[in-house]
Design a binder for this molecule. Structure first.
Ligand SMILES: *[C@@H]1O[C@H](CO)[C@@H](O)[C@H](O)[C@H]1NC(C)=O
Ligand SMILES: *[C@@H]1O[C@H](CO)[C@@H](O)[C@H](O)[C@H]1NC(C)=O
Ligand SMILES: *[C@@H]1O[C@H](CO)[C@@H](O)[C@H](O)[C@H]1NC(C)=O
Ligand SMILES: *[C@@H]1O[C@H](CO)[C@@H](O)[C@H](O)[C@H]1NC(C)=O
Ligand SMILES: *[C@@H]1O[C@H](CO)[C@@H](O)[C@H](O)[C@H]1NC(C)=O
Ligand SMILES: *[C@@H]1O[C@H](CO)[C@@H](O)[C@H](O)[C@H]1NC(C)=O
Ligand SMILES: *[C@@H]1O[C@H](CO)[C@@H](O)[C@H](O)[C@H]1NC(C)=O
Ligand SMILES: *[C@@H]1O[C@H](CO)[C@@H](O)[C@H](O)[C@H]1NC(C)=O
Ligand SMILES: *[C@@H]1O[C@H](CO)[C@@H](O)[C@H](O)[C@H]1NC(C)=O
Ligand SMILES: *[C@@H]1O[C@H](CO)[C@@H](O)[C@H](O)[C@H]1NC(C)=O
Ligand SMILES: *[C@@H]1O[C@H](CO)[C@@H](O)[C@H](O)[C@H]1NC(C)=O
Length: 720
């Protein structure tokens, strides 16, 4: 009984309490004041209303404390708000975090924010705020994050900011702050990020910044700072990133910087820093990015850079560095970008061939010499990576060396060899003298030798005197490094270019798709055999060049292209062939084939007789091409001898079934070519097989229907 009335009283008391309880949020009027100063372009603050039932703690962007119902956080980031920040903000006494970033707010930061004694985060970045940082900022005792980057704030950084010892992040970048960096910043011991970049700060970097032992990121780039880099910065032992780029700093790089063991980014670029690069930089084993470009650095690249095992980007461009690229740089297995352009670096670039991750390289405008390696990624670097190094050679460089290779297999007399040897000796002596001469910064590049010294050039083997006066570089030059302009055809295994040589007949350059052959010796033997075969109905192999950078075969050039083009080619290539011409083509091809089968020793089976392998010279005389090497090209794909080589539509069904190859397979393919000549149809067209078509027609006694109208028309006119 007593219990039940107690319960009624309790429930009634609660009911009364609830009905008379104040509206949870009593700071609604302050927030509405704030809303008034914004222009709410997208009406995102529509729920901010003064209706009595409205609880401001549920308004967009508002967070209240669940006990006191005071507004503790205001986040109106990225809501397209226009207008100014109302000084009423200072009345939100319990505010801990305010984020108004990414809006269009303009006007000053109100002084009243200094009344927000609980404030810890103040984020106003990416607006158009103007005016100074309120000097009263320092009265906010617990402010930790102050981020006003990318506004138009101006004036100097207030001296008393040093009182804000709780600051962890001070981001003032991309504003218009001027004056000096106040040394009191060195007293902000909790600072983890200090970014003052992109302002107009002047004066020197205060050495006391070295007291920022907890700072991880220090960026004062893009200002007007001058003087030397203070040695004391090396005391900032927790720094990950030090960015002093684009100022007017001069003097040397402090050797002690290497003590900042955690450094992953060091950017001192675009200053007037001079002296040698300290070898101690090699101790920064966590370094990922090093940018010392656009300075006045002199001396050698220290070999110790080879210890920067993690480094990905190295930019030393636009300095006065000399000496060679140290061998040790080859140890850098993570380096992705290496920029050394516009220095006076000498020696060769061979050591870089072992940097397997290297993707962006620029060594232009130095004094480099020697041959550009072709392995790894090197062949993919554009010639723009090597500009302005007169001594550097690579077959695809415009500035290549035209020195004749001893490997050119043009008969060289003993006297000539003696001459070359003597010449070499003289050159060697000259180099030695040049090297021993004191103060010679640019050994033997300019003047002493007119031809740069190259080694390991792609080998050009000449099999026919027609090309004998030419070297590899000539061909590259004349075809603009095998430019697309010169393509005359594509095959299953190659792209074919036309190259017009000086004082002799043009050649067709066939660039094989396959890689550097594994069994090089065998392939070369085979090529030499093929090169020795001469017949008026065969296309002669003039020479070849095998190198990891590309395998090229040089053939006689045939003016009238392939039979395939004449019969089935596009409008421009297609020609009307009369019966006599067709007959002589058939006859010529047969003679060529017969020569391969009967007069060569060992006998040669072509394996790929087809209309696109019958080329026509200027008199429409047929020449078979592509014989003798098909087997080698495919051998690398499969090691089984049962692999069927040939082209669909021409392959002998028996050979396809048994994989047993004889001359008869060539004859079958030749038969298909005859059908092509007769009908003007492709061997395979829309999956219909010419051989089957003829068989069907023959069964119906209608073979004559398939004859090319071009022939029948001609035959009729000649009948008349
Ligand atoms: C306020 O609510 C949150 C969860 O909503 C809770 O984690 C927190 O402890 C509450 N604070 C108080 C003081 O009750
Ligand atoms: C404010 O909200 C945005 C998302 O709208 C968020 O990215 C940002 O971190 C918030 N700011 C704070 C200080 O929590
Ligand atoms: C800076 O703010 C402007 C608009 O106020 C914006 O267009 C620009 O992208 C911002 N820049 C950065 C780096 O955020
Ligand atoms: C800075 O702090 C000192 C002592 O901690 C105090 O005397 C001084 O008034 C403060 N300055 C400002 C501008 O808050
Ligand atoms: C700079 O460092 C040296 C030694 O490390 C110290 O004696 C000197 O007081 C420091 N200077 C400043 C301004 O902190
Ligand atoms: C730098 O910090 C040390 C210890 O934190 C302190 O003793 C020294 O006075 C500070 N230097 C200056 C110039 O305030
Ligand atoms: C250094 O700071 C400038 C300006 O903020 C920036 O453009 C540059 O990328 C920074 N350097 C590095 C290596 O991050
Ligand atoms: C190095 O700094 C220069 C100038 O500040 C800049 O142009 C260049 O892009 C930077 N290099 C890299 C690799 O970021
Ligand atoms: C090369 O560097 C020098 C100074 O080191 C500079 O004056 C010149 O403009 C630079 N050239 C290029 C093409 O950047
Ligand atoms: C360079 O070579 C490496 C490994 O050999 C490869 O992963 C990378 O993709 C290559 N880069 C380019 C640009 O080809
Ligand atoms: C290398 O630097 C030179 C000089 O600055 C420039 O002309 C060339 O385009 C650069 N090459 C590459 C591949 O970036």
């Amino acid at each position: 009984m007593a219990n039940s009335w107690k319960r009624i009283v309790l429930v009634g008391f609660l009911a009364v309490c609830l009905s008379f309880a104040p509206v949870d949020c009593d700071e609604g009027t302050i927030l509405l004041e704030l809303k008034k100063s914004f222009r709410d372009v997208d009406n995102v603050l529509y729920d901010w209303t003064d209706s009595s039932s409205s609880d401001c703690c549920v308004w967009r962007g508002v967070t209240c404390d669940n006990v006191t119902f005071n507004v503790v956080a205001l986040n109106l980031s990225n809501l397209n708000l226009d207008g100014e920040i109302s000084p009423a903000i200072g009345q939100l006494k319990a505010l801990i975090s305010m984020d108004l970033s990414f809006n269009e707010l303009y006007g000053d930061i109100p002084f009243s924010i200094s009344k927000l004694k609980q404030l810890e985060n103040l984020i106003l970045k990416n607006n158009q705020l103007i005016g100074p940082i309120p000097s009263t900022l320092s009265q906010i005792p617990n402010l930790k994050i102050f981020d006003v980057r990318n506004n138009s704030l101006s004036g100097s950084i207030p001296e008393n900011i040093g009182n804000c010892t709780a600051f962890q992040v001070l981001s003032l970048q991309s504003n218009r702050f001027s004056g000096q960096i106040p040394s009191v910043i060195g007293l902000m011991q909790a600072l983890a990020v200090l970014d003052l970049s992109g302002n107009m700060l002047s004066g020197t970097i205060p050495p006391i910044l070295g007291n920022l032992t907890y700072t991880e990121k220090l960026n004062v780039a893009n200002n007007h700072l001058e003087g030397r880099i203070p040695d004391n910065l090396s005391s900032c032992t927790n720094l990950n990133s030090l960015n002093l780029s684009s100022n007017n700093l001069k003097g040397p790089i402090p050797i002690e910087l290497s003590r900042i063991g955690n450094l992953d980014t060091l950017d001192l670029s675009n200053n007037r820093i001079s002296g040698h690069m300290p070898s101690s930089i090699g101790d920064l084993e966590h370094l990922l990015k090093l940018n010392l470009s656009n300075n006045d650095l002199t001396g050698f690249i220290p070999a110790e850079f080879g210890n920067l095992r993690s480094v990905m980007d190295i930019d030393l461009s636009n300095n006065h560095l000399s000496g060679p690229i140290p061998q040790e740089l080859g140890q850098l297995q993570n380096v992705f970008l290496l920029k050394l352009e516009n220095n006076s670096i000498s020696g060769d670039v061979m050591s870089l061939a072992s940097c397997l991750s290297l993707t962006l390289l620029n060594v232009s405008y130095n004094n480099l010499a020697g041959y550009i390696p072709t392995g790894n990624n090197f062949s993919r670097f554009s010639p723009d990576s090597f500009l302005g190094n007169p001594g550097l050679c690579g077959y695809w460089l415009k500035s290549s060396c035209y020195a004749r290779r001893p490997s050119d297999r043009v008969t060289i007399s003993k006297a000539a060899i003696l001459g070359i040897a003597l010449g070499g000796l003289v050159i060697l002596l000259m180099i030695l003298i040049a090297v021993w001469r004191p103060h010679n910064q640019k050994p033997f590049i300019e003047g002493t030798l007119d031809k740069p010294v190259c080694y390991k050039p792609p080998k050009l083997v000449i099999l026919n005197m027609n090309m004998a006066l030419h070297v590899y570089e000539d061909i590259m030059r004349m075809t603009e490094n095998l430019s697309e302009k010169y393509i005359i055809g594509y095959g299953a295994s190659s792209t074919v270019y036309k190259c017009v040589l000086k004082n002799c007949k043009p050649v067709a350059v066939k660039k094989l798709y396959s890689h550097y052959p594994h069994c090089l010796k065998e392939f070369e033997t085979e090529l030499e055999t093929v090169g020795s075969i001469k017949h008026r109905n065969l296309v002669s192999l003039q020479g070849y060049s095998l190198s990891p950078s590309g395998n090229l075969l040089f053939y006689d050039y045939m003016e009238n292209g392939s039979l395939w083009d004449l019969l089935h080619g596009t409008y421009t290539k297609k020609k009307k062939l009369d019966w006599e011409t067709r007959l002589s083509i058939a006859f010529g091809a047969a003679q060529g084939l017969a020569y391969l089968h009967h007069d060569c020793s060992p006998r040669i089976i072509h394996r790929d007789v087809k209309s696109s392998n019958i080329l026509l010279d200027k008199d429409y005389e047929a020449h078979l091409t592509d014989f003798g090497i098909a087997k080698s090209l495919c051998a690398s794909k499969t090691h089984t001898s049962t692999y069927v080589i040939g082209t669909i539509g021409y392959i002998d069904p028996e050979y396809a079934r048994t994989s047993r190859l004889t001359e008869k397979s060539d004859v079958y393919s030749y038969g298909v070519v005859l059908l092509e000549l007769l009908t003007g149809k492709k061997a395979i067209d829309n999956e219909s097989n010419l051989h089957h078509l003829i068989l069907t027609k023959a069964a119906n006694n209608a073979v004559m229907d398939t004859v090319d109208p071009e022939i029948s028309k001609h035959a009729k006119t000649s009948e008349k």
